[in-house]
Design a binder for this molecule. Structure first.
Ligand SMILES: O=C(O)c1cc(=O)[nH]c(=O)n1[C@@H]1O[C@H](COP(=O)(O)O)[C@@H](O)[C@H]1O
Length: 276
């Protein structure tokens, strides 16, 4: 999917919501447990209930890998329920020496046919570039993550007296590896105070923003500080949507939670994206 196609979907749906499919078999509503593939049935109903309100789905691969072969099958079948015009993110946080990254890229882009994969920058250019070879496929590089551990390395100053944090060097350097049509960055919603520094270095890139809802980040703040003229944001919520209820009404409640976010997003799009 191209950046223009993604922006078209955002305008059409008045939404930049990404629904996180972090489907934990231990949290499934009881009435689904005797279906053939409870994870798949849960995802199917979540997708059916939210597809008109979001522009992306992000299955977190850990939740499927942990199930062994069964999990991979649920994941592959889940992708078949996602409408073609919706952007798909394999949240796998991969990256390795070149020939291994090539196979990770093949796993997510060719075998599973995701539009994008999250990648860790720690091993440098040759670990990321194998993911950048196919047009229409995206790398979403971890820049400033939402968790408290982001302080450990990402927020280190590069040298005594330097004004620049390590995450800024990651943005500066990696933005020369690919255009804003193939690379996005993860910036946690809990890091809103640094979003202007991010935008100075990557004004045109899309940012994948996790951390609203369960982790406490503010949608208003990240939208006000992070939007660009093509919206430039995909804001993810996982638990806040998919576990809005643990009962028979889980899909209905998930829709209500997604609708609430979409309506708030509609307001920010009108306010901050000038040519709407
Ligand atoms: O890459 C991610 O998506 C990610 C990066 C980050 O900095 N923080 C973060 O929470 N995530 C993911 O975003 C999702 C957040 O889920 P909720 O907190 O339930 O909305 C999980 O799948 C996390 O793995």
């Amino acid at each position: 999917m191209t950046r223009e196609q993604l922006f078209e979907q955002i305008l059409l749906k008045k939404s930049y919501l990404c629904v996180g499919l972090d489907t934990d078999p231990k949290k499934l509503p009881e009435h689904l447990l005797d279906t053939e593939d409870p994870v798949l049935e849960f995802n199917r109903q979540i997708i059916e209930a939210t597809a008109d309100l979001c522009v992306a789905y992000k299955p977190n691969i850990a939740f499927y890998e942990a199930q062994g072969p069964r999990g991979w099958i649920s994941l592959e079948k889940t992708l078949q329920y996602i409408p073609k015009e919706i952007f798909t993110i394999a949240d796998a946080k991969r990256g390795d020496i070149g020939n291994t990254s090539e196979l990770y890229a093949r796993a997510f882009f060719e075998t599973l046919k995701f539009d994008s994969v999250t990648v860790a920058p720690y091993m440098g250019a040759d670990s990321v570039k194998p993911f950048l070879v196919q047009g229409g496929k995206w790398v979403i590089l971890l820049a400033l993550t939402s968790n408290s551990g982001s302080q450990d390395f990402q927020m280190l100053k590069l040298a005594d007296g330097s004004e620049e944090y390590l995450f800024e060097q990651v943005l500066r350097e990696s933005s020369t590896w690919a255009t804003a049509g193939q690379m996005m960055y993860v910036v946690g919603a809990t890091q809103a105070e640094y979003v202007q520094r991010v935008r100075k270095l990557v004004p045109n890139h899309f940012l994948l923003v996790p951390g609203v809802g369960a982790q406490g980040g503010s949608l208003e703040e990240i939208s006000r500080l992070g939007m660009n003229q093509q919206c430039g944001l995909l804001v993810n919520s996982s638990r806040g949507i998919i576990y809005a209820s643990s009962g028979r009404d889980f899909a209905e409640r998930a829709r209500e939670a997604a609708l609430q976010i979409q309506q708030e997003m509609e307001g920010y799009l009108e306010q901050y994206v000038q040519h709407l």
